[in-house]
Design a protein around this ligand. Sequence first.
Ligand code: ATP
Length: 474
Amino acid sequence: DAKTFQNLISHAKEYGYIFQSSEIYDGLSAVYDYGQNGAQLKKNIRDAWWKSMTQLNDNIVGIDAAIFMHPTTWKASGHVDGFSDPMIDNKDSQKRYRVDHLIEAYVETLEEAEGKAVIAEMERLLAADDLAALKQLIIDKNIKCAVSGTANWTDIRNFNLMFSTELGSVSEDANTIYLRPETAQGIFVNFLNVQKTGRMKIPFGIAQTGKAFRNEIVARQFIFRMREFEQMEMQFFVRPGTEDQWYEHWKAERLKWHKEVLGTPEEKLQYHDHVKLAFYAKAAVDIEFNFPFGFKELEGIHSRTDYDLTQHQTYSKKKLQYFDTEINKNYVPYVIETSVGLDRLVLAVLSNAYAEETWKKEDGSDDSRVVLRIPPRLAPTKLAILPLTKKDGLPEIASELMAECRSEFPCFYEEKDTIGKRYRRMDAIGTPFCVTIDHQTKEDGTVTIRYRDTMSQDRIHMSEVKKLVQTACK
Ligand code: ATP
């Protein structure tokens, strides 16, 4: 709910996961920085995706294309003309809205059937580019949303979401270039480079992770909708006629990945078929996650036909074709795309993991903690090594264990505060294992291992620690 979500946002800041960008200057809207724990969590999720895509598939390779691309790229892709959202301003509240968000929020207050009818009408008007009628709909339905007073609206305008800048220093020569709004185009323009140099045979895929930029009209919901964010995309090139089968394949594979690799509970995931398709798309589905503010898009799987490659062929006048030796034919391949937002995954993992727990202790008094139950393989720190006291040679033993483990996985060393306080801090950060070195360690080499999720403790030999943590974090 809303309160837990606010608590999660505060927690993410307090424990070094996510900070508002340029906070000392009061922040920059819809831009965030990842702190010491957030950056590692994000990297672990990115690495898990990269491994699943490239290492575990013979026929998928990864690239890293530049953020800046030749400006014609975005003409060919349709972004210069079509990558816009209709927006409207409320003159009373001086607030700006994306028309679909405004209507979405209003529709939630209606009965389902009526809501569907309003959405359908809105989509029809949008598709017909009848912005005047759309504005009238907003007025007629008295869609005020969170706005108080009379609904006094401006006309609806289309607002391009791409950020532009100039390349070169002499303004007459300057070329307007864009910060990429998606990573996919860097893959399409490199299709032949990779196919030829990698001797790739269809079907094959190209994967990439990297920053994308969109001048979102309204920034909402923490890192769910950002102006600078990271995408992880894979374009899978197939023989025309086989696209439906590959679309089903990737649709199933990607849902499985969220469950098996990220450990997302099945009931928090759902498919959502696109009703309205982009004109070139054959099929499109979203994988939605149940965020603290409801089911929302996490990933898209799109059957894009040969649209992108054909467009780049037309604009660049270079052939982007493949000779298929199995059927002795030249063709422009069809594309199935999987596109997931890394920041949205971080938010999904954190909101799955965040728990405020209270219980009764043996003496009847109350106890509580906040814990991040992040799956061990994704947790930023895997193991905390805690000498019980700062003396009696315990820190020295702890340093030995630290030296043994730190080359294998991220460890954290801490000798300040009571052991109870140190455990709570590790719970809050989401560290799955803590090991305490005490006086008995000096005698028999055993340590106390404490498990984050159950808070239970075991005594094991120091030599077993590394293996145990490695196995659990695989
Ligand atoms: P939305 O409808 O939420 O604006 P979209 O349909 O425009 O998203 P795509 O263009 O399909 O999104 O982008 C693929 C993925 O990139 C999305 O599933 C999402 O995870 C991520 N993404 C898109 N826009 C943003 C953003 N502003 N902030 C964070 N992640 C984003």
